[in-house]
Ligand binder design. Sequence first.
Ligand code: BDP
Length: 683
Amino acid sequence: MRRIFLSFVLLLVNLGLFAENGHQLWLRNVANGKVTVVCSDKSVTTAIAVQELKDGWQGRDGATITLKIKKDKAIKNDGFKIGTSEIQANTAVGVLYGAYELLRRQQTGEPIEEKIFNPSYQVRTLNHWDNLDGTIERGYAGRSIFWGEEKNLLPPTEQEKQLWKEYARANASIGINGAVLNNVNASPDMLMPEILQRVKEIADVLRPYGIKTYLSVKFSSPSQAGGLENSDPLNPVVRKWWNAKVKEIYQLVPDFGGFLVKANSEGQPGPQDYGRNHADGANMLADALKPFGGIVMWRAFVYASNDKDRAKQAYNEFKPLDGRFRDNVIVQVKNGPIDFQPREPFSPLFGAMKKTSVMPEVQITQEYLGHSIHLVYLAPMWEEMLKADTYQQGEGSTVAKCTDGSIYPQTYTAVAGVANVGLDTNWCGHEFAQSNWYAFGRQAWDHQLTSEQIADEWIKLTFGNAASLQDADWKNNFLAPVKQMMLDSREAAVNYMMPLGFHHIFAAEHHYGPGPWWAPEGVRSDWTPPYYHQASADGVGFNRTRTGSDAVKQYHEPLASQLNDPKTCPENLLLWFHHLPWDYKMKSGRTLWDEICVHYARGLEQVGEFQKVWDKVEKYVDAERFAGVQSKLRAQRRNAQVWNDGCLLYFQQFSKRAIPYNLDRPQHDLDELIQNDMKRFDE
Ligand code: BDP
C-alpha cells in the first residue's frame, strides 16, 4: 500500500500537480524496496544511519547490510569503506557518511563496489554570517535559522529544533562536519551565558549528525563583555578571562569545535590594537582551547587603508608570521587575494605558509555573484582554485595539496564555506543555489571531484527519481542541458560582470549591480571601483607587475614571471595584473576594447541561452520550481543587461571607441544607471 501511495505522490509531483517548494533539497529518495540493516553499535548516530537506509533504500529488495565500527588503518578520520553488503568505519559518523554515500550511489546510478572513501579535509565547516538579531550579513534567503532577537533567550521551539535537525541532516549527507553559528563580525554578546545556553541547544541537535559547533568571537570580548580594562592578548588577566570562558563553553558543549576570528580587519578589534601581532592573538585563544581539543580558525582577510595594493596585504602581514602559530591554529584564507570576486587568482598565501596550517575559505552565499537572483553554479570556481598550481614545492603543488596535509605537515586540515542558508522555505532563495551548498560539501569531502560529477549528482538527486535514471529522454533532454547550463553559468557571470580580470567594480554596499563609477569623496580609495580598474585615456587594469605594485612577486616561479608578462598571463586574469592600452592586441586579434565588449555581449547572450534551456525543460519539472527558476532567469537577464550597459558606457568615456558594429547597443543611459546604482535592478 505504502509503495502504491508513494508512487502516486511521485506521479503527482512529476505532473506538477503537487506543491513542491524545494525544502527537501537533494534528499528526496524514497525506498522502493526493503532492506535489513544489522548494526551492533547503539549510538544515536548509527541509529540515524539505520533509519536512513531503510527509508531511502533503492538497492535490491530484501537485501541485508551490516554497519560496522571497526578500526582500519586505511580508513582515515571519519572516512568509511563501502562494500556490497557492508559499511565499515572508525567512527559512528563515518558509518553515517557511508550510509549517505551508498544511498546517493543507488539514486544516481553510480557503481557500488568495495571502496574506501577518505575525506580530503578533516574539518569541513559552514560559516554562518548570522547576527543575533536574526539578520544575516550577505544572506539572501531570509533570516537566520539560529538567531532572532526575541527568540534568543527562550528555549527553542519544537519547530526550530526540527529545522535544525533537517539542516544537520542535509550537512551530514554531504560530509559537512562543522558549523560556525554566527557572523565573523561578531557581537561580544555571543558569549553571554544566556546565548551560550542556546548554543548548547543547537549543538545538541547537530551532534548526532556529526556536526561540531563553533563560534565567531570578537577579539575585544574581555573588555566589552567581561568589563576588563583591555583585551591585550599578553595580559594575564585577559588570558585568564578567555580560559574561564572556554571552560564555561565546554561545560555546556563538551565537543565544542573552537573559535573563528576576524581581527584587525575592516574595523574589527584585534591584537594589533595593543601592539601585538596576529600570532599573539591566535595563540592566546589556541592555548585556552587546547586542553579541550578545540581549534582556532584565524582569518587572513586583512587590509589597511594605507597600502597601495590591497591584493598584497594578507601575504605581507601573515607570511612573516609563518611558524609562529600554535598547532591548533589554522589560518583561514579566502580563495583569492581580494574578496570573493567572480574571478580572482588564488591567494598567494596558499603554499607560501610552510610551517603554519592554512585552510581555504570560499563564499557559498553569492554576495558578488548575483545574490539569490542569478543562477551561478560555483563549483567550477572552487575547482579552479583547488587545482591551481602554486609551484611552491615544484610542479603539481596545487592549492588542494598545499592545504590538505599532503605536502606540509598540518595537525589539522580544514576548509570553510560562507553559508547561503536562511529561513526561506527552500533554504537558499534560489533552487539552484542549493547546488552550491551541495557542491561545497562534496568538494570539501573530496577535492578531486569535478564540477561536472557534482552537478550530475545534484541534478539527479534534486530533480530526478528512480525512473529518471532509466529514462533516456530525461537524461538527454533534462539532465544534459541543465548540467551544461550549470557548468557554463559561472563563466557567463564573469562575462557579463567582470571579464578579463576586472574585479570589484560593483555598486557599493549591496554588491549586486555594476558601479565602476562609484567613488564619493572621503571614502577610502580601496573601497571604490576606480581603484581596481584604473581606467583612463591611456588604458585600463591594475598594474601588479614588477613595474607596478609587484604583487606578482608573491607567487612562486615560474608563475610569477608568467603572470608578469601580458603575453603569458592568462587572458582571464589580464586586467588583474596589467594596465594595458585600449588598443592592446588580444590573442583573438581584437583590440582590448573590442574584446571587453565581446565578453559582455557573450555573457548577456549566455543568460538568454539559459532561459531557452529552462523553457524547454518545463515538462520535467514541477510547476512551482519551474516557475521560480524561470522568473529568476528573467531577472538575471535584465540585470546582465544593466551590467553590460553600465560597464560599456562607463569605460567608453575613457576608451573613446565605438562598440563593435555587430554587437547590440546598450538599452540604458549611463546617467540613469549611475543615479540608480543603489537599487538592485532585479525587478
Ligand atoms: C566582505 C563582505 C563583508 C564581510 C567581509 C568578511 O562584504 O560583509 O564582513 O567580506 O569576509 O566581502 O569579513
